[in-house]
Design a protein around this ligand. Structure first.
Ligand SMILES: *Cc1c(COP(=O)(O)O)cnc(C)c1O
Length: 424
């Protein structure tokens, strides 16, 4: 058999010209479940997690999967079984984690706009920590906790003002971003939190952005956060844990982010040097656990060669896979069956009525109508950002485990998309 791996995608490979995820043929899945279809590799997710676990061997560390990257229940269940906690950003995500069997004590709740009812529900569920993003939120959380006769465990999200060198929409640790409390105001915010009877200070956190491909911004942020830990503890406020957020990038198009274990070797050396190596650590990775574990299968509907551009119209669109439209993100697009022939340049676009509805531009592909294509690196921020725009039902999802394929979400029907509406 002739096997051909795709660089950066160890669980996706051609065997005799046909694309597989683990030991399952993707064309067979498309036949059974239709397209567009998301397919994930369980081994790819667990091996991405294992890189972090190796990095933290012998340390006190809790990995909290940032579930907004991919919040499908079966995926949450997989990470819960593997010992992960969860970083949530809404009451809806809390419900998902609890439904999937996640441990509430290992949940941390991030986000700049938690409502009082979300706070109440999270307190009643016994979550591990609220990552508070403003002084006003401290006061609101204190009031909610006191009304329930509880103390809310809190960490303050610091904005370390470092440039994560990523896309502006996914950079979160700069002064001009809406996230966290400014470095200069952090100490006074901690003093206020420590004085409020409804709060219990347990930690400090930061999260500087997403799709970070260099160690430098992490090392800078760590220094800035540890300077604050020094100051906060000198003021008599003990921090049980330090949370360094998520953000590690993946290889979309030749990107070369550090491996999680190599990155943490560097970061842990700095923590040790500054005397915090024994502290309880938390991290919140999302994309790096799931991004390259998934592909989106789509069928070529029509070829529309033109004077200036050739369009390849496929049955997946911006509602299924919003990253190209939203961030001009690059996803590799490869044929599910290799075929000899001459390739031409195609813009791969969806059926939605927007010029922003494209999946890839200027791609060299040898195509015929009816062909199947695989959009790679589709495990993170694709299905979780999908919508019903143009009254398109969301795709189905399959999780592959060796030679087994499990349908983990059925395709939405049109009726599913207007289930909550009523006629006059
Ligand atoms: C989105 C997010 C993460 C995860 O980011 P990734 O780039 O997917 O690793 C972690 N923490 C917070 C607070 C987030 O908002």
């Amino acid at each position: 058999m002739n096997a051909q791996n795709l660089p950066g995608h160890p669980y996706v490979a051609y065997r005799d010209g046909s694309l597989y995820i683990e030991d399952v043929r993707l064309d067979a899945l498309a036949r059974t479940h239709g397209t567009p279809l998301f397919v994930y590799s369980k081994s790819a997710m667990l091996s991405a997690l294992a890189a972090y676990q190796r990095g933290f061997a012998g340390r006190k560390a809790q990995i909290c999967y940032a579930m907004k990257a991919n919040s499908s229940l079966a995926i949450l269940q997989l990470f819960a079984h593997a010992g992960c906690g969860f970083d949530i950003v809404s009451g809806g995500e809390l419900d998902r984690v609890l439904t999937a069997g996640g441990d509430p004590a290992k949940i941390i709740f991030s986000g700049v706009g938690k409502t009082q009812s979300e706070m109440r529900r999270a307190l009643e569920s016994g979550i591990g920590c609220f990552n508070v993003e403003s002084e006003a939120e401290l006061e609101a959380l204190d009031a909610v906790a006191r009304s329930l006769g509880r103390r809310a465990p809190v960490s303050i999200r610091v904005n370390p003002n470092v440039d994560a060198k990523t896309h502006p929409y996914i950079s979160t640790g700069l002064k001009g971003n809406k996230f966290g409390i400014a470095h200069e105001r952090t100490l006074s915010a901690y003093q206020r939190a420590a004085a409020l009877p409804g709060l219990q200070v347990v930690g400090i956190d930061c999260h500087i952005g997403s799709q970070i491909t260099q160690a430098g911004p992490y090392l800078d942020a760590m220094d800035r956060v540890l300077d604050l830990v020094d100051a906060i503890e000198a003021a008599g406020i003990h921090l049980h844990h330090i949370d360094f957020g998520g953000g590690l990038g993946i290889n979309y198009n030749g990107d070369a982010p550090p491996a999680a274990d190599a990155l943490w070797e560097q970061l842990l050396a700095k923590l040790d040097a500054r005397g915090y190596g024994e502290r309880q650590l938390m991290i919140e990775p999302g994309r790096s656990l799931v991004g390259n574990a998934g592909v989106c299968l789509t069928e070529v509907l029509y070829l529309k060669p033109g004077e200036n551009k050739n369009f390849c119209i496929v049955d997946a669109a911006m509602n299924d896979l919003p990253r190209p439209a939203m961030y001009e993100a690059y996803h590799q697009i490869v044929p599910v069956a290799l075929r000899a022939g001459t390739a031409s340049n195609w813009d791969v676009v969806g059926p939605v009525c927007e010029s922003g509805d494209w999946l890839g531009r200027d791609r060299s592909l040898e195509l015929q109508p009816g062909d199947l294509l695989a959009v790679l690196s589709a495990g993170a921020y694709c299905m979780s950002m999908s919508s019903n725009y143009n009254t398109r039902g969301r795709p189905a999802e399959v999780l592959v485990d060796g030679d087994q394929a499990h349908l983990i979400r059925r395709r939405e029907s049109p009726a599913d998309t207007f289930r909550h509406e009523s006629l006059l």
